[in-house]
Design a protein around this ligand. Sequence first.
Ligand code: TMP
Length: 210
Amino acid sequence: MPTKARGKFITFEGSEGSGKSTQINLLCEYLKSERHPVLFVREPGGVKISEKIRDILLDVKNQEMNQECEMLLYMAARAQLVEEVVQPALKQGKIVICDRFLDSTVVYQGYGHRMDVAFIRKVGRFVTQGCDPDLTFLFDIDASKGLARIKRAKDRIEKRAMAYHRRVRDGYLEIARREPRRIKVIPSEQSIEEIHDQVVKYVNRLLSKK
Ligand code: TMP
């Protein structure tokens, strides 16, 4: 029996308040309307164990969490998600849409906390087992404008100083410059429809590649 072609792995990245959730929903709806098999997951989270780790990571009461613990918890959540659902779905030929992935750790813990980015990438390779995104969207927004868009109570990461969030944004732009084929930068100051059209264009280009 012929083996099924590997699916496609698409990740969404961006600073706080960049509008990526809206675009993820629109893309998932679009792909389903085109009858593509789609799996949507978020990070940290997506499966039971990783959602529990998410609660620990985002809890504002956990102020004493150190940077090493934080980085490793994001990686632990990822290890579980990749093996439990991402890899199997890709093997079944599905399009996996993930809200954040390893780039978030490189940027939030690496650039944001000034941790060793090369080491983070090494741990990343260990937990993702070669499961790399085929396409990544980076929703770019000025740090203060993005944070001002958040109307609910802020979580432990969102509460950080503006300087931290600026390093995150700069980090994202830096990694996008280094990997322009994979990471597509989408400026957030456009209409929802304009952004959706760009996202669909890149995704269709990926799907038409054999
Ligand atoms: P969310 O708000 O997009 O659901 O993401 C949760 C928060 O966790 C967000 O502030 C970004 C942060 N984060 C990291 O700091 N490192 C990571 O590796 C991931 C996946 C998220």
